[in-house]
Write a protein of this length. Sequence first.
Lengths: 338, 338
Amino acid sequence: MITLKELAEQLNVSISTVSKALNDSSEISEKTIQRVKEIAKIYNYKPNKVALSLKNNQTKTIGVIIPNILNHFFAKVLYGIEKESAKKGYSIITCLSNESYNRELHSLQLLANGSVDGFIMSIAEETQKEKKTAHFENILTQKIPIVMFDRVADAVECGKVVIDDFEAAYKATKYLINEGRKKIMLVNCLDELSVGKLRVKGALQAISDAKAFSRELIELKIKAINDIEKEVETAIRKFKDIDAIVSIDNISGVVALNIAKKHQFSIPKDLSIIGFSDDNVLPFTSPKLSTITQHSDDIGAKAVQLLIKRIEAKTHLNNETLTVNYSVNLRGTTLPVK
Amino acid sequence: MITLKELAEQLNVSISTVSKALNDSSEISEKTIQRVKEIAKIYNYKPNKVALSLKNNQTKTIGVIIPNILNHFFAKVLYGIEKESAKKGYSIITCLSNESYNRELHSLQLLANGSVDGFIMSIAEETQKEKKTAHFENILTQKIPIVMFDRVADAVECGKVVIDDFEAAYKATKYLINEGRKKIMLVNCLDELSVGKLRVKGALQAISDAKAFSRELIELKIKAINDIEKEVETAIRKFKDIDAIVSIDNISGVVALNIAKKHQFSIPKDLSIIGFSDDNVLPFTSPKLSTITQHSDDIGAKAVQLLIKRIEAKTHLNNETLTVNYSVNLRGTTLPVK
DNA sequence: CTGAAAGCGCTAACAG
DNA sequence: CTGTTAGCGCTTTCAG
């Protein structure tokens, strides 16, 4: 990598002249500008990013902390974050907490030393379960802005991007009720998470609102993702008379569909299913799974916009929550409503 | 963020004394060291990363360029890269090329200005299709090491991490032959990629080696990932007499399984299927898909090790290719061999 | 129009 | 044992 100094030597001018010329300063003659730029091009000069960061006291870099990159939802949010960041001239440093509080803490501290201008993150399961927030406050005290998405800490004053989880689950459940379904199973393997709790609440509210028509909701709580298949199968065997399933995470809907078919349920005649999945699982389903779809890439993009706003504000902003739309995609695992 | 200068003022000593004390220099008295460290702790001092990078001319950061983060293979490699990097004290800056040459080029140039100490990448489809390599050479000329994984450019002298794609596909196909299968369909939607070509070659070689027993291979080339379902269904309809499928990408095996079941094939009695998938799709399959499994996280970890070796060598190393193991996981979609 | 010098935060050679 | 100074690569004020 060639430096200004070396260019200056080549050109027999001072470093500052070269710098100004490259930045089209009005202080420099047109002729010199041309000459400098020409040589700079030849030597493929690029200003050193680190030096610029030090000088400007900003890195144009966003720290992104993701709980689990193998979860397609997070992969897609990351996709959205990266795309929007690139558009806005920011790079992203990615850390994966793998749902661990310690890793989350470590990543936060690692990058809060001038490496990034702000953070976008979704909280690790462990952090949320144990309600830890001191490490966030610590970062905010250092005037480094944070935007949380999906799993957010209500108690922390920062930017937040979510969907209306309560409403989405309410609508899904309501739809099944309107279909005429009477015994609905809620598959929940997000029990420890803020989003999971909200979705469960939404589903329960829908049932409660329809109580006059005696609907029933069975909640199947699943601890580990690896247990989904087994647990769902057991439940389907046990409750032979369920006629609808609403899955609040992004894979158990697909799993339930496969298992129900295996057990000779005719879908959607005997059993309706709505999942919280993204399009990516559709090729694995037949009939096509009806879903609540989060616009995950949009969540990422919105998070970037919100964070950049906060970075550029240069002053601590209060809590601000952005709610991103979701969509209800009725496909082959639900009946048209009567 | 508090700086050395500010600490020095608090302590009424010079900046260098503070610096040395924090680094346990033998030049500084034990008493001063204690005093300095105490105050530093109180103010939560952390050395500014950017300043250190500038000083040391190294960022302890790796640039990672991924073609498609929504592909589970890449997500898992990224997982491996991040984990190993963190262990070695490196951060990662992630860019997504989204299979575009221009985005790949841009990311490379963006980070080759002192932002990173080296690159780990898999080549964008467009880049590989059009055989572009000048941009890699450009980076290497600047003494920035590169490690490529999975999709590599043979012509470029750099670090490489791959699996033995030829052999893996050979083995899968050979297995089907040994099972007694006669008409095998190869589902290929990686036609433009180096890995795809190698896997096809491997399958063809297996067939050719078994020619005496008149085996047949039908190659189904699929252009776009969105066409997989339709194309596989058409093919299954057309060739009612195929008795085995080998899928060389990580989703079409699952798709083929679902479609075959829909068309009343009994799996694995009528039809054997082997895919190149990771474990994550297993909950979506019944019977469980037999697979060639790449150890994707291991690929990521190895790539990091290789890159760090090259970064620390401080001198351009020649081509070096690491081959990572894969495993053959026979599950429910294949018969035990006779 | 061009150049010298200071400073971003840090380390380290050298002086005292 | 502590302090001064130079320098990493860059921008920018101030002098000339």
